[in-house]
Design a protein around this ligand. Structure first.
Ligand code: SF4
Length: 82
């Protein structure tokens, strides 16, 4: 079955890779910016507020595309410049 995929701009998203361990029922990789700074303040997209400058979208189903430098693909030191 081929479902039609629409691309709709302007979503008001709320996405993070900063949930404390044990607060959700699935494994979550850590934001490299938070890891580098030893914090949990950076969010990919904060509803009604902002989108992280390193955020490059989401890949099905729940994979964040992050361009924070120095962490490998995507957008890291081993990636070609955008
Ligand atoms: S886009 Fe990357 S650097 Fe920005 S908050 Fe998300 S995981 Fe962290």
């Amino acid at each position: 079955m081929d479902a039609q995929i629409r691309r709709l701009s302007g979503a008001n998203m709320d996405i993070d890779l900063a949930t404390p361990p044990g607060a959700i029922a699935w494994a979550q990789e850590q934001c490299p910016w938070n890891r580098a700074e030893g914090t949990g303040t950076h969010r990919c997209a904060t509803k009604n507020v902002s989108i992280c400058p390193h955020f490059r979208g989401v890949e099905y189903m729940d994979t964040v595309l992050c361009a924070y430098p120095g962490q490998g693909e995507p957008g890291g030191e081993s990636s070609p410049p955008r």
